[in-house]
Design a protein around this ligand. Structure first.
Ligand SMILES: [Zn+2]
Ligand SMILES: [Zn+2]
Length: 137
């Protein structure tokens, strides 16, 4: 939590209870929830918080680099408070998103540089497949 406090102070942004709640929720999950899922999960504790507020809080958290926005396609965004770059895998059947943090893609930027005239700064890798639960169905 110290992290969010100092980052918000540094950027001169207001650390509202809603922003903290959204960040805390994301910190506590590995599910890569959508804004709607976060909104529903926080309803009990924050009954007055609207979906628009959740979207705004997410936007701010993404802008300051505390949260990663994952574009899983079809205008579908998921959120992740594990902000260090890491590859993701999505189930094409149920839509769940998992981290593939054991997979080392550190050589990928160099590899891409070898095939282009760019100085590569970062990459975003997505894999698509069928999750274990869906395979068992
Ligand atoms: Zn699945
Ligand atoms: Zn992730």
């Amino acid at each position: 939590m110290d992290n969010i406090t100092s980052i918000f102070r540094e950027k001169k942004l207001k650390l509202t209870p809603q922003r903290i709640a959204v960040y805390k929720y994301l910190k506590g999950t590995k599910e890569h929830p959508s804004a709607e899922v976060i909104y529903k999960a926080l309803q009990t504790d924050y009954p007055t918080m609207s979906l628009a507020t959740v979207y705004k809080a997410l936007k701010t958290l993404v802008e300051v680099g505390l949260v990663q926005e994952i574009n899983v396609g079809e205008g579908n965004f998921r959120y992740d408070a594990f902000s260090t770059p890491h590859p993701h895998i999505q189930c094409v059947n149920c839509g769940r998103v998992d981290d593939l943090d054991q997979l080392d893609l550190s050589g990928l930027n160099k590899e891409a540089e070898n095939h282009s005239k760019y100085k590569i700064l970062s990459n975003k890798v997505y894999f698509y497949g069928i999750c274990q639960e869906c395979q068992e169905k």
